[in-house]
Design a protein around this ligand. Structure first.
Ligand code: 6LW
Length: 520
Protein backbone atom coordinates (compact mmCIF):
# COMPACT_ATOMS: atom_id res chain seq x y z
CA UNK A 1 0.00 0.00 0.00
CA UNK A 2 1.25 3.45 -0.86
CA UNK A 3 1.62 6.10 1.80
CA UNK A 4 1.10 9.69 0.76
CA UNK A 5 2.72 12.82 2.15
CA UNK A 6 0.88 15.86 3.49
CA UNK A 7 0.49 18.57 2.42
CA UNK A 8 -0.68 17.22 -0.93
CA UNK A 9 -0.26 20.75 -2.33
CA UNK A 10 2.40 22.71 -0.47
CA UNK A 11 2.62 26.48 -0.42
CA UNK A 12 -0.06 29.08 0.03
CA UNK A 13 -3.12 27.36 -1.48
CA UNK A 14 -5.80 27.83 1.23
CA UNK A 15 -9.56 27.32 1.29
CA UNK A 16 -9.60 24.21 -0.91
CA UNK A 17 -12.65 22.90 -2.69
CA UNK A 18 -12.72 19.67 -4.67
CA UNK A 19 -15.03 17.77 -7.03
CA UNK A 20 -14.78 14.43 -8.80
CA UNK A 21 -15.82 13.70 -12.38
CA UNK A 22 -15.43 9.94 -13.03
CA UNK A 23 -11.89 9.18 -11.92
CA UNK A 24 -10.65 12.77 -12.27
CA UNK A 25 -10.50 15.22 -9.40
CA UNK A 26 -10.35 19.00 -9.64
CA UNK A 27 -9.36 21.33 -6.81
CA UNK A 28 -9.27 25.12 -6.47
CA UNK A 29 -7.96 27.52 -3.85
CA UNK A 30 -8.03 31.19 -2.86
CA UNK A 31 -5.73 33.68 -4.58
CA UNK A 32 -6.49 37.02 -2.80
CA UNK A 33 -4.74 39.99 -4.47
CA UNK A 34 -2.84 37.89 -7.02
CA UNK A 35 -3.49 37.71 -10.75
CA UNK A 36 -4.37 35.35 -12.35
CA UNK A 37 -6.83 34.12 -9.74
CA UNK A 38 -8.12 30.79 -8.42
CA UNK A 39 -5.48 28.20 -9.29
CA UNK A 40 -7.01 24.99 -10.65
CA UNK A 41 -5.44 21.56 -10.08
CA UNK A 42 -6.12 18.14 -11.59
CA UNK A 43 -5.49 14.76 -9.96
CA UNK A 44 -6.28 11.11 -10.70
CA UNK A 45 -5.80 9.95 -7.11
CA UNK A 46 -6.38 12.95 -4.76
CA UNK A 47 -2.68 12.79 -3.81
CA UNK A 48 -0.74 13.95 -6.87
CA UNK A 49 -1.96 17.27 -8.21
CA UNK A 50 -0.80 19.35 -11.13
CA UNK A 51 -1.91 22.84 -11.91
CA UNK A 52 -3.75 22.97 -15.22
CA UNK A 53 -4.64 26.63 -15.18
CA UNK A 54 -6.22 29.50 -13.31
CA UNK A 55 -9.98 29.88 -13.40
CA UNK A 56 -9.90 33.69 -13.45
CA UNK A 57 -7.19 34.46 -16.00
CA UNK A 58 -8.67 37.56 -17.64
CA UNK A 59 -8.40 40.85 -15.73
CA UNK A 60 -12.08 41.63 -16.32
CA UNK A 61 -13.14 38.46 -14.48
CA UNK A 62 -11.48 39.51 -11.21
CA UNK A 63 -11.72 43.28 -10.99
CA UNK A 64 -8.61 43.66 -8.79
CA UNK A 65 -7.79 47.36 -8.53
CA UNK A 66 -4.35 48.82 -7.76
CA UNK A 67 -5.60 50.21 -4.44
CA UNK A 68 -6.74 46.79 -3.20
CA UNK A 69 -4.94 45.96 0.08
CA UNK A 70 -3.02 42.69 0.36
CA UNK A 71 -5.02 39.65 1.47
CA UNK A 72 -8.17 41.14 -0.04
CA UNK A 73 -9.60 40.20 -3.43
CA UNK A 74 -10.60 36.67 -4.35
CA UNK A 75 -11.56 34.39 -1.41
CA UNK A 76 -12.53 30.78 -0.95
CA UNK A 77 -13.90 29.31 -4.20
CA UNK A 78 -16.11 26.23 -4.56
CA UNK A 79 -15.81 23.97 -7.64
CA UNK A 80 -18.63 21.69 -8.74
CA UNK A 81 -19.59 19.75 -11.89
CA UNK A 82 -23.28 19.73 -12.76
CA UNK A 83 -25.13 18.76 -15.92
CA UNK A 84 -21.99 18.73 -18.08
CA UNK A 85 -20.66 22.07 -16.84
CA UNK A 86 -17.95 22.98 -14.37
CA UNK A 87 -18.96 25.77 -11.99
CA UNK A 88 -16.70 27.88 -9.80
CA UNK A 89 -18.22 30.37 -7.38
CA UNK A 90 -16.00 32.68 -5.33
CA UNK A 91 -16.19 35.91 -3.32
CA UNK A 92 -14.69 39.29 -3.89
CA UNK A 93 -13.57 41.09 -0.74
CA UNK A 94 -12.69 44.77 -0.65
CA UNK A 95 -10.73 47.07 1.67
CA UNK A 96 -11.44 46.51 5.36
CA UNK A 97 -12.45 42.93 4.62
CA UNK A 98 -15.88 44.01 3.40
CA UNK A 99 -17.45 41.27 1.23
CA UNK A 100 -18.45 42.60 -2.18
CA UNK A 101 -20.62 39.75 -3.45
CA UNK A 102 -19.84 36.58 -5.34
CA UNK A 103 -19.14 35.64 -8.91
CA UNK A 104 -19.95 32.44 -10.80
CA UNK A 105 -18.03 31.28 -13.87
CA UNK A 106 -18.59 28.13 -15.91
CA UNK A 107 -16.73 26.05 -18.45
CA UNK A 108 -17.34 22.77 -20.27
CA UNK A 109 -13.68 21.90 -19.84
CA UNK A 110 -11.66 22.45 -16.68
CA UNK A 111 -8.79 23.83 -18.75
CA UNK A 112 -11.13 26.65 -19.74
CA UNK A 113 -11.74 29.09 -21.16
CA UNK A 114 -14.01 30.01 -18.25
CA UNK A 115 -16.96 32.30 -18.90
CA UNK A 116 -17.29 35.91 -17.91
CA UNK A 117 -18.75 36.05 -14.40
CA UNK A 118 -22.33 36.49 -13.32
CA UNK A 119 -22.73 38.18 -9.95
CA UNK A 120 -24.61 36.86 -6.93
CA UNK A 121 -25.57 39.47 -4.39
CA UNK A 122 -25.60 37.62 -1.06
CA UNK A 123 -23.97 38.58 2.25
CA UNK A 124 -20.87 36.80 3.53
CA UNK A 125 -17.98 34.96 1.91
CA UNK A 126 -17.13 31.32 1.10
CA UNK A 127 -20.05 30.64 -1.28
CA UNK A 128 -21.05 27.05 -2.06
CA UNK A 129 -23.20 25.59 -4.83
CA UNK A 130 -25.37 22.46 -4.60
CA UNK A 131 -28.16 21.13 -6.79
CA UNK A 132 -31.35 19.22 -6.09
CA UNK A 133 -32.57 16.48 -8.46
CA UNK A 134 -35.08 18.90 -9.97
CA UNK A 135 -32.31 21.38 -10.85
CA UNK A 136 -32.87 23.74 -7.92
CA UNK A 137 -29.55 25.43 -7.09
CA UNK A 138 -28.67 26.28 -3.48
CA UNK A 139 -26.02 28.80 -2.57
CA UNK A 140 -24.74 28.80 1.03
CA UNK A 141 -22.37 31.43 2.43
CA UNK A 142 -20.54 32.13 5.69
CA UNK A 143 -22.87 32.90 8.50
CA UNK A 144 -24.22 30.28 7.63
CA UNK A 145 -27.08 31.24 5.33
CA UNK A 146 -28.54 29.51 2.30
CA UNK A 147 -30.42 30.93 -0.68
CA UNK A 148 -32.01 29.57 -3.83
CA UNK A 149 -30.33 31.09 -6.86
CA UNK A 150 -30.23 30.88 -10.63
CA UNK A 151 -26.52 30.25 -11.31
CA UNK A 152 -26.90 31.16 -14.98
CA UNK A 153 -27.92 34.75 -14.16
CA UNK A 154 -26.78 35.07 -10.54
CA UNK A 155 -30.34 36.03 -9.51
CA UNK A 156 -31.26 35.31 -5.89
CA UNK A 157 -34.68 33.63 -6.16
CA UNK A 158 -35.40 33.03 -2.48
CA UNK A 159 -33.67 33.73 0.85
CA UNK A 160 -31.08 33.81 2.23
CA UNK A 161 -32.19 32.18 5.46
CA UNK A 162 -30.06 30.97 8.38
CA UNK A 163 -29.36 27.26 8.09
CA UNK A 164 -26.90 26.03 10.73
CA UNK A 165 -23.94 27.80 12.30
CA UNK A 166 -21.76 25.11 13.78
CA UNK A 167 -21.22 24.12 17.38
CA UNK A 168 -20.70 27.62 18.80
CA UNK A 169 -17.20 28.49 17.59
CA UNK A 170 -16.56 31.94 16.14
CA UNK A 171 -16.84 32.61 12.41
CA UNK A 172 -19.05 29.84 11.07
CA UNK A 173 -17.82 29.71 7.47
CA UNK A 174 -16.81 27.55 4.52
CA UNK A 175 -20.21 25.83 4.16
CA UNK A 176 -20.52 22.95 1.71
CA UNK A 177 -23.79 21.11 1.16
CA UNK A 178 -23.38 17.47 0.10
CA UNK A 179 -26.17 15.05 -0.66
CA UNK A 180 -25.28 11.61 0.75
CA UNK A 181 -27.57 8.62 1.23
CA UNK A 182 -30.78 10.65 1.21
CA UNK A 183 -29.43 13.25 3.64
CA UNK A 184 -28.19 16.78 3.03
CA UNK A 185 -24.97 17.16 4.99
CA UNK A 186 -23.88 20.72 5.78
CA UNK A 187 -20.15 20.85 6.40
CA UNK A 188 -18.91 24.07 8.04
CA UNK A 189 -15.71 25.37 9.56
CA UNK A 190 -15.63 27.39 12.75
CA UNK A 191 -13.24 28.78 15.33
CA UNK A 192 -11.45 31.12 12.93
CA UNK A 193 -8.72 30.19 10.49
CA UNK A 194 -5.96 30.11 13.16
CA UNK A 195 -5.15 27.79 16.06
CA UNK A 196 -8.83 27.32 16.94
CA UNK A 197 -9.88 26.16 13.48
CA UNK A 198 -12.31 23.24 13.43
CA UNK A 199 -14.68 21.36 11.12
CA UNK A 200 -18.26 20.50 12.09
CA UNK A 201 -21.19 18.91 10.31
CA UNK A 202 -24.98 18.65 10.51
CA UNK A 203 -27.57 16.89 8.39
CA UNK A 204 -31.17 17.34 7.35
CA UNK A 205 -33.66 15.93 4.89
CA UNK A 206 -33.88 19.21 3.00
CA UNK A 207 -31.32 21.90 2.15
CA UNK A 208 -33.72 24.31 3.87
CA UNK A 209 -33.18 22.46 7.14
CA UNK A 210 -33.79 21.80 9.92
CA UNK A 211 -30.27 20.48 10.48
CA UNK A 212 -29.35 18.02 13.21
CA UNK A 213 -25.75 18.46 14.42
CA UNK A 214 -23.29 15.58 14.58
CA UNK A 215 -22.99 14.55 18.27
CA UNK A 216 -19.18 14.73 18.15
CA UNK A 217 -18.81 18.24 16.70
CA UNK A 218 -16.36 19.60 15.92
CA UNK A 219 -15.44 16.29 14.32
CA UNK A 220 -12.00 17.57 13.35
CA UNK A 221 -9.73 20.08 15.09
CA UNK A 222 -6.04 20.15 15.97
CA UNK A 223 -6.54 22.97 18.48
CA UNK A 224 -4.70 22.55 21.75
CA UNK A 225 -2.52 19.73 20.39
CA UNK A 226 1.20 19.62 19.67
CA UNK A 227 0.66 17.98 16.28
CA UNK A 228 2.98 19.31 13.53
CA UNK A 229 0.02 20.27 11.33
CA UNK A 230 -2.12 23.02 12.87
CA UNK A 231 -5.14 25.22 12.05
CA UNK A 232 -6.88 22.35 10.26
CA UNK A 233 -10.16 23.51 8.76
CA UNK A 234 -11.91 25.00 5.75
CA UNK A 235 -12.62 21.54 4.41
CA UNK A 236 -14.47 20.03 1.46
CA UNK A 237 -15.66 16.45 1.26
CA UNK A 238 -15.24 14.13 -1.73
CA UNK A 239 -15.99 10.48 -2.42
CA UNK A 240 -13.23 8.76 -4.38
CA UNK A 241 -13.97 6.55 -7.36
CA UNK A 242 -13.33 3.49 -5.12
CA UNK A 243 -16.10 4.56 -2.72
CA UNK A 244 -13.80 5.85 0.05
CA UNK A 245 -14.30 9.34 1.49
CA UNK A 246 -11.75 12.10 1.90
CA UNK A 247 -11.47 15.59 3.28
CA UNK A 248 -9.40 18.18 1.45
CA UNK A 249 -8.64 20.97 3.88
CA UNK A 250 -6.23 23.69 4.85
CA UNK A 251 -3.60 23.53 7.57
CA UNK A 252 -0.32 25.15 8.56
CA UNK A 253 3.14 23.93 9.53
CA UNK A 254 4.25 26.44 12.19
CA UNK A 255 7.91 26.52 13.29
CA UNK A 256 10.14 28.33 15.75
CA UNK A 257 9.53 29.46 19.32
CA UNK A 258 6.11 30.43 20.74
CA UNK A 259 3.88 31.81 19.27
CA UNK A 260 5.54 30.19 16.23
CA UNK A 261 5.51 31.23 12.60
CA UNK A 262 4.34 29.75 9.34
CA UNK A 263 5.87 31.15 6.22
CA UNK A 264 4.14 29.29 3.39
CA UNK A 265 0.70 30.30 4.56
CA UNK A 266 -2.14 27.82 4.76
CA UNK A 267 -1.47 24.74 2.64
CA UNK A 268 -3.63 21.93 1.21
CA UNK A 269 -3.92 18.65 3.14
CA UNK A 270 -5.78 15.39 2.52
CA UNK A 271 -7.30 13.30 5.32
CA UNK A 272 -9.11 9.95 5.19
CA UNK A 273 -12.73 9.93 6.37
CA UNK A 274 -14.64 6.95 7.73
CA UNK A 275 -18.35 6.93 8.56
CA UNK A 276 -19.80 5.83 11.89
CA UNK A 277 -23.55 5.91 12.56
CA UNK A 278 -24.07 8.19 9.60
CA UNK A 279 -21.41 10.72 10.64
CA UNK A 280 -17.93 11.33 9.21
CA UNK A 281 -14.92 10.62 11.44
CA UNK A 282 -11.42 12.00 10.86
CA UNK A 283 -8.92 11.03 13.53
CA UNK A 284 -6.09 13.40 12.68
CA UNK A 285 -4.42 15.03 9.73
CA UNK A 286 -0.99 13.42 9.80
CA UNK A 287 2.14 14.05 7.72
CA UNK A 288 1.56 10.62 6.15
CA UNK A 289 -1.50 8.45 5.59
CA UNK A 290 -2.28 5.29 3.58
CA UNK A 291 -3.21 6.46 0.08
CA UNK A 292 -6.48 6.01 -1.79
CA UNK A 293 -6.47 2.85 -3.94
CA UNK A 294 -5.77 4.80 -7.14
CA UNK A 295 -2.12 5.87 -7.35
CA UNK A 296 -1.32 8.16 -10.22
CA UNK A 297 1.83 10.25 -9.93
CA UNK A 298 2.38 12.75 -12.71
CA UNK A 299 5.75 13.02 -14.43
CA UNK A 300 7.80 15.30 -12.16
CA UNK A 301 7.54 18.96 -13.08
CA UNK A 302 10.94 20.39 -13.99
CA UNK A 303 12.18 22.66 -11.23
CA UNK A 304 13.47 25.12 -13.81
CA UNK A 305 11.42 27.33 -16.09
CA UNK A 306 13.60 28.18 -19.10
CA UNK A 307 11.06 30.61 -20.52
CA UNK A 308 11.27 28.79 -23.85
CA UNK A 309 7.49 28.20 -24.08
CA UNK A 310 5.22 30.58 -25.97
CA UNK A 311 3.10 31.26 -22.90
CA UNK A 312 3.76 31.74 -19.20
CA UNK A 313 3.14 28.70 -16.99
CA UNK A 314 0.03 29.04 -14.77
CA UNK A 315 2.22 29.01 -11.62
CA UNK A 316 3.31 32.59 -12.26
CA UNK A 317 1.34 35.24 -10.39
CA UNK A 318 1.58 39.00 -9.94
CA UNK A 319 0.03 41.30 -7.35
CA UNK A 320 -3.27 42.71 -8.67
CA UNK A 321 -2.41 42.80 -12.38
CA UNK A 322 0.12 41.83 -15.00
CA UNK A 323 -0.21 44.37 -17.81
CA UNK A 324 0.97 43.16 -21.24
CA UNK A 325 3.31 46.14 -21.32
CA UNK A 326 5.20 44.87 -18.24
CA UNK A 327 6.42 41.49 -19.54
CA UNK A 328 7.27 39.56 -22.67
CA UNK A 329 8.49 36.11 -23.73
CA UNK A 330 9.05 37.35 -27.31
CA UNK A 331 11.22 40.43 -26.83
CA UNK A 332 14.24 38.19 -26.30
CA UNK A 333 13.49 34.60 -27.24
CA UNK A 334 14.07 32.13 -24.39
CA UNK A 335 14.08 34.91 -21.80
CA UNK A 336 11.37 36.54 -19.70
CA UNK A 337 11.78 40.29 -20.09
CA UNK A 338 10.24 42.52 -17.43
CA UNK A 339 9.75 46.28 -17.80
CA UNK A 340 9.61 48.38 -14.66
CA UNK A 341 6.16 49.85 -14.07
CA UNK A 342 6.93 51.32 -10.64
CA UNK A 343 10.14 52.18 -8.80
CA UNK A 344 9.74 50.04 -5.68
CA UNK A 345 8.28 46.79 -4.37
CA UNK A 346 7.11 48.88 -1.40
CA UNK A 347 4.15 50.07 -3.43
CA UNK A 348 1.50 48.42 -5.61
CA UNK A 349 2.10 48.69 -9.33
CA UNK A 350 5.66 47.35 -9.35
CA UNK A 351 6.48 44.70 -11.97
CA UNK A 352 6.77 41.38 -10.13
CA UNK A 353 6.26 37.85 -11.49
CA UNK A 354 6.52 35.17 -8.82
CA UNK A 355 5.37 31.78 -7.63
CA UNK A 356 4.45 30.41 -4.24
CA UNK A 357 7.33 29.04 -2.14
CA UNK A 358 6.61 25.30 -2.05
CA UNK A 359 9.50 23.78 -0.10
CA UNK A 360 10.35 24.56 3.52
CA UNK A 361 14.04 24.18 2.57
CA UNK A 362 14.10 25.81 -0.80
CA UNK A 363 16.72 26.95 -3.31
CA UNK A 364 15.59 29.56 -5.78
CA UNK A 365 18.00 30.81 -8.41
CA UNK A 366 17.69 32.80 -11.59
CA UNK A 367 19.95 33.98 -14.36
CA UNK A 368 19.45 37.72 -14.67
CA UNK A 369 20.60 40.24 -17.24
CA UNK A 370 19.92 43.70 -15.78
CA UNK A 371 21.12 45.54 -18.91
CA UNK A 372 20.99 49.18 -17.87
CA UNK A 373 18.04 48.51 -15.57
CA UNK A 374 17.60 47.27 -12.03
CA UNK A 375 15.87 44.15 -10.77
CA UNK A 376 16.35 40.74 -9.24
CA UNK A 377 14.73 38.16 -6.99
CA UNK A 378 12.31 38.96 -4.20
CA UNK A 379 10.66 36.95 -1.41
CA UNK A 380 7.35 38.67 -0.84
CA UNK A 381 4.57 38.65 1.73
CA UNK A 382 3.20 42.08 0.82
CA UNK A 383 4.42 45.63 0.08
CA UNK A 384 5.66 46.08 3.67
CA UNK A 385 7.32 42.69 4.13
CA UNK A 386 9.83 41.51 1.55
CA UNK A 387 13.52 40.70 1.11
CA UNK A 388 15.28 41.00 -2.22
CA UNK A 389 18.62 40.51 -3.93
CA UNK A 390 19.00 42.75 -6.92
CA UNK A 391 21.48 43.90 -9.54
CA UNK A 392 21.83 47.28 -11.16
CA UNK A 393 24.48 49.97 -11.62
CA UNK A 394 27.35 47.47 -11.39
CA UNK A 395 26.32 46.29 -7.92
CA UNK A 396 24.45 43.43 -6.32
CA UNK A 397 22.65 44.29 -3.11
CA UNK A 398 20.38 42.69 -0.55
CA UNK A 399 17.51 44.83 0.69
CA UNK A 400 15.14 44.12 3.59
CA UNK A 401 11.78 45.80 4.02
CA UNK A 402 10.20 44.94 7.38
CA UNK A 403 7.19 46.98 8.37
CA UNK A 404 8.15 50.67 8.36
CA UNK A 405 11.89 49.95 8.00
CA UNK A 406 13.82 49.54 4.78
CA UNK A 407 17.52 48.79 4.75
CA UNK A 408 20.23 47.73 2.32
CA UNK A 409 21.97 45.03 4.34
CA UNK A 410 24.78 44.05 1.94
CA UNK A 411 26.25 45.05 -1.38
CA UNK A 412 29.12 44.08 -3.66
CA UNK A 413 30.45 45.09 -7.06
CA UNK A 414 29.58 42.78 -9.95
CA UNK A 415 30.71 42.68 -13.59
CA UNK A 416 28.23 43.79 -16.23
CA UNK A 417 26.24 41.18 -18.12
CA UNK A 418 24.15 38.24 -16.96
CA UNK A 419 24.75 36.66 -13.58
CA UNK A 420 22.98 34.22 -11.28
CA UNK A 421 21.20 35.26 -8.09
CA UNK A 422 20.32 32.71 -5.40
CA UNK A 423 17.93 32.74 -2.42
CA UNK A 424 17.90 29.77 -0.07
CA UNK A 425 15.48 29.17 2.78
CA UNK A 426 17.00 26.94 5.46
CA UNK A 427 15.21 25.36 8.38
CA UNK A 428 18.29 23.44 9.49
CA UNK A 429 20.56 26.45 9.88
CA UNK A 430 18.42 29.00 11.69
CA UNK A 431 20.08 32.21 12.79
CA UNK A 432 20.54 32.60 16.55
CA UNK A 433 18.25 35.14 18.19
CA UNK A 434 19.75 38.61 18.53
CA UNK A 435 21.46 39.32 21.85
CA UNK A 436 19.98 42.54 23.14
CA UNK A 437 21.57 42.89 26.58
CA UNK A 438 24.60 41.92 28.65
CA UNK A 439 22.25 40.09 31.01
CA UNK A 440 21.20 37.84 28.15
CA UNK A 441 24.84 37.07 27.44
CA UNK A 442 25.30 35.89 31.00
CA UNK A 443 22.39 33.49 30.59
CA UNK A 444 24.42 31.45 28.16
CA UNK A 445 25.34 31.35 24.51
CA UNK A 446 22.62 32.73 22.24
CA UNK A 447 21.25 30.51 19.57
CA UNK A 448 20.81 27.45 21.78
CA UNK A 449 17.17 27.54 20.76
CA UNK A 450 16.22 28.79 17.33
CA UNK A 451 13.39 31.27 17.63
CA UNK A 452 12.55 31.88 14.00
CA UNK A 453 11.03 29.54 11.41
CA UNK A 454 13.94 29.66 8.95
CA UNK A 455 16.88 31.64 7.64
CA UNK A 456 17.03 33.22 4.20
CA UNK A 457 20.46 33.29 2.55
CA UNK A 458 21.19 35.57 -0.41
CA UNK A 459 24.08 34.83 -2.78
CA UNK A 460 25.44 35.99 -6.10
CA UNK A 461 27.24 33.62 -8.43
CA UNK A 462 30.25 34.82 -10.38
CA UNK A 463 33.14 32.42 -10.76
CA UNK A 464 32.01 31.16 -7.37
CA UNK A 465 28.94 31.57 -5.17
CA UNK A 466 29.34 34.48 -2.73
CA UNK A 467 27.02 34.71 0.28
CA UNK A 468 25.97 38.34 0.74
CA UNK A 469 23.54 38.14 3.66
CA UNK A 470 21.50 35.89 5.93
CA UNK A 471 18.20 37.17 7.30
CA UNK A 472 15.70 35.86 9.85
CA UNK A 473 12.66 34.34 8.15
CA UNK A 474 10.16 35.31 10.85
CA UNK A 475 9.74 38.77 9.33
CA UNK A 476 8.40 37.14 6.18
CA UNK A 477 5.80 35.04 7.99
CA UNK A 478 2.02 35.33 7.99
CA UNK A 479 2.17 36.17 11.71
CA UNK A 480 4.28 39.28 10.99
CA UNK A 481 2.71 40.48 7.76
CA UNK A 482 -0.78 39.46 9.00
CA UNK A 483 -3.43 38.41 6.53
CA UNK A 484 -4.24 35.22 4.68
CA UNK A 485 -1.33 34.71 2.30
CA UNK A 486 2.12 33.07 2.36
CA UNK A 487 5.46 33.65 0.70
CA UNK A 488 5.72 34.26 -3.02
CA UNK A 489 9.21 34.25 -4.57
CA UNK A 490 9.80 35.89 -7.90
CA UNK A 491 11.45 38.20 -10.35
CA UNK A 492 11.03 41.94 -10.58
CA UNK A 493 12.19 45.07 -12.36
CA UNK A 494 12.23 48.50 -10.73
CA UNK A 495 14.21 50.39 -13.41
CA UNK A 496 14.26 49.92 -17.18
CA UNK A 497 14.05 46.39 -18.52
CA UNK A 498 15.53 43.29 -16.88
CA UNK A 499 15.68 39.89 -18.60
CA UNK A 500 15.60 36.45 -16.96
CA UNK A 501 17.02 33.44 -18.83
CA UNK A 502 15.65 30.91 -16.35
CA UNK A 503 14.19 30.59 -12.86
CA UNK A 504 14.73 27.51 -10.73
CA UNK A 505 12.67 26.59 -7.64
CA UNK A 506 13.87 23.36 -6.04
CA UNK A 507 13.99 21.64 -2.69
CA UNK A 508 17.30 22.53 -1.04
CA UNK A 509 19.92 19.89 -0.34
CA UNK A 510 19.80 18.29 2.13
CA UNK A 511 16.05 18.25 1.83
CA UNK A 512 15.66 16.57 5.24
CA UNK A 513 12.13 16.32 6.53
CA UNK A 514 10.76 18.27 3.59
CA UNK A 515 11.69 15.59 1.05
CA UNK A 516 8.64 14.20 -0.63
CA UNK A 517 6.15 16.53 0.98
CA UNK A 518 5.45 18.25 -2.28
CA UNK A 519 2.69 16.27 -3.83
CA UNK A 520 2.20 18.54 -6.79
C1 6LW B 1 -11.91 32.43 4.22
C2 6LW B 1 -12.42 31.74 5.41
C3 6LW B 1 -11.18 31.23 5.93
O1 6LW B 1 -12.83 33.24 3.62
O2 6LW B 1 -10.23 32.16 5.73
O3 6LW B 1 -10.06 29.36 6.60
C4 6LW B 1 -10.76 33.13 4.87
N1 6LW B 1 -11.08 30.05 6.35
O4 6LW B 1 -13.30 30.71 5.17
C5 6LW B 1 -9.73 33.61 3.91
O5 6LW B 1 -8.95 32.56 3.43
Amino acid sequence: MHMYDNPVISGFYPDPSVCRVGSDYYAVSSSFEYFPGVPLFHSRDLVHWRQIGNVLDRPGQLGLTEDLPSSRGIYAPTIRHHDGLFYVITSRVGAGGVPAGHLVVTSERPEGPWSDPVHVDLPGVDPDLAWDDDGTCWCSCSGVRTARIDPSTGAVLEGPWPTWSGSGGQYPEAPHLHRIDGWWYLLVSEGGTGDGHAVSIARGRSPRGPFEPCPSNPFLSHRSTDLPIQSTGHADLVQAADGTWWLLLLGTRPRGAFPRFHVMGREMFLAPVRWEDGWPVVDQVRPQHPAPSAWHPWAPEPTRDDFDAATLSPVWISPRSRPDTSWSLDDRRGWLTLWAAGPSLDRPGCTFVGRRQQHLDCRVSARVDPGTGRGGLCVRMDEAHHYEIEVGGGEASVVARIGPLRQTVARCAVPSGPLTLVIETRTTDVLPPAVTSAAELELGPPGAEAAGPDTLAFSVVGTEETLLAELDGRYLSTQLSTGFTGRVIGMYATEGSVAFDWFDHAPATPAGADAGTDGS
